[in-house]
Design a protein around this ligand. Structure first.
Ligand code: ATP
Ligand code: MG
Ligand code: MG
Ligand code: MG
Length: 459
């Protein structure tokens, strides 16, 4: 089954069960300063759960584009290292706003997986929250799930959108990719491996967490679920890694061609294929590379992709050329992507040209520093110099260092940032405004005083 067919099958299934199909929303959450990006299918429905946004339906279903590259849910560092994490992915979801609750949510999920998709029951593992005897009973007594493949966990089974907002205990469904893949069942010490992959999270929305951390009951208990399209496609296509699914094959080919690298199994190509999706969709949704907030997250992802291309030997701007392969893959399902295609390529090319001026030198400095390094921690001054002079975001340097098992002196880096801030403050007291180095033709990296603060916040 192709990814597009799974998406349609999901929406059809829930439409047949009384759910209204709601189109996917922007990656930039409307009116929600607490959240960097839409990181789950429930985000556009946040106010519906809170009872503030009445809708003409109590059941909804969607295929929502999501980015997890900052804030509470940040998978940037996982990309390229696990088979299952992307910065951009699609979350299929069904929602009940005070209508059905645990029993039907569990029944719908089980019947979609085992009947509509025909997945073997003995490959599926289930977890519920440690306190949730009600869900346990439904799974064991009504669904008949094997107690051998069932467990009750704590934090992993409590879902929240961010530090505040709707949340509640959850029940998750995992697929066992078999003993050839390393990893242990949920709750075991090896659960971070990729053998048992979480495919679906059913959240029993019951609370709204406020700024003080207090859990206030929602007006009505509700349901929010998220099934990762790429993960379920891997299962349906009999492959283990998300990067082996239909959708990624052409992107990987295009990335290989653009960087002049033929082995599509190279981790750097997977990173590039992943990053073109988040970057293109973020730009389509109006985000532009900048030095703060959302724009800085975008800049960090783009520069990471460029660095991986550089590692593979690409000497010319290559990243922007992948937009057409992405359009061919996803433009039909996402007309907004197709429409913004040329604009996206232009923005990426500009960023590539700008970073190209400092990337080589920065990489030279970093390689030399790593060669000379005694110990396994890169000094904060080096990290800061790369950041300040060569436009290397902190996490980009960390990404390079990780390949050599080296970590960064984060405190030292923060100290350098603070010192620069002090210098800027002192300078502006004397009337000279050095607080923002204006970017002249890319000669100097723009490092605004305000933006440093913002940047340090973006994790
Ligand atoms: P994991 O434990 O594997 O990091 P999660 O518990 O963080 O996943 P949820 O917040 O429960 O994920 O999101 C619901 C579903 O969305 C997951 O079950 C998974 O199928 C999918 N998903 C989550 N994060 C990613 C990602 N970074 N890339 C692709 N799919 C994802
Ligand atoms: Mg996660
Ligand atoms: Mg999880
Ligand atoms: Mg989960």
């Amino acid at each position: 089954m192709k990814s597009a067919e799974i998406r349609t099958a999901f929406l059809d299934y829930f439409a047949q069960h009384g759910h209204t199909i709601v189109p996917t929303s922007s990656l930039v959450p409307g009116n929600d300063p607490t959240l960097l990006f839409t990181n789950a299918g429930m985000v556009p429905f946040k106010d519906v759960f809170l009872g503030r946004d009445p809708r003409p339906y109590v059941r909804a279903t969607s295929a929502q584009r999501c980015v997890r590259a900052g804030g509470k849910h940040n998978d940037l560092d996982n990309v390229g290292y696990t088979a299952r994490h992307h910065t951009f992915f699609e979350m299929l979801g069904n929602f009940s706003f005070g209508d059905y609750f645990k029993r039907d949510a569990i029944r719908f999920a089980w019947s979609f997986l085992t009947e509509t998709l025909g997945l073997p029951k003995d490959k599926l593992w289930v977890t519920v929250h440690i306190s949730d005897d009600e869900a346990e009973k439904i799974w064991k007594d009504e669904i008949g799930v094997d107690p051998e493949r069932f467990s009750k966990l704590d934090e992993d089974n409590f879902w929240q959108m961010g530090d505040t907002g709707p949340c509640g205990p959850s029940s998750e469904i995992f697929f066992d990719h078999g003993p050839e893949v390393w990893g242990g069942p949920p709750g075991s010490p090896e659960e971070d491996g990729d053998r048992y992959i979480e495919i679906w999270n059913l959240v029993f929305m019951q609370f709204d967490r406020d700024a003080e951390g207090t859990l206030n009951p929602l007006p009505k208990p509700s349901i929010d679920t998220g099934l990762g399209l790429e993960r379920v496609a891997a299962v349906m296509q009999g492959v283990h890694s998300n990067y082996e699914i239909d959708l990624f094959q052409n992107l990987l080919q295009a990335a290989a061609q653009a960087t002049g690298h033929s082995d599509t199994n190279t981790p750097s190509l997977r990173v590039i294929a992943d990053h073109i999706r988040s970057c293109a969709f973020l730009i389509a949704d109006g985000v532009l590379p900048s030095n703060e907030g959302r724009g800085y997250v975008l800049r960090r992802i783009i520069r990471r992709a460029i660095r991986h291309g550089h590692k593979l030997g690409a000497s010319e701007p290559f990243f922007h050329t992948l937009v057409s392969a992405l359009d061919a893959e996803m433009g039909e399902a996402y007309p907004e992507l197709r429409e913004a295609r040329d604009q996206i390529a232009r923005v990426l090319l500009k960023e590539e040209e700008q970073f190209a001026r400092t990337l080589d030198h920065g990489m030279g400095l970093l390689s030399a520093a790593l060669d000379e390094l005694e110990g396994k921690v890169l000094p904060g001054e080096t990290v800061f110099k790369l950041y300040d002079t060569f436009g290397f975001p902190y996490d980009l340097t960390a990404d390079v260092c990780r390949e050599r098992d080296v970590t960064l002196d984060e405190e030292g880096f923060q100290r350098e940032l603070e010192a620069q801030r002090e210098r800027a403050r002192a300078a502006s007291q004397f009337g000279a405004d050095y607080s923002v180095k204006i970017e002249l033709d890319g000669e100097t990296q723009f490092t605004g005083y305000d933006s440093l603060e913002d940047e340090a916040k973006v994790t």
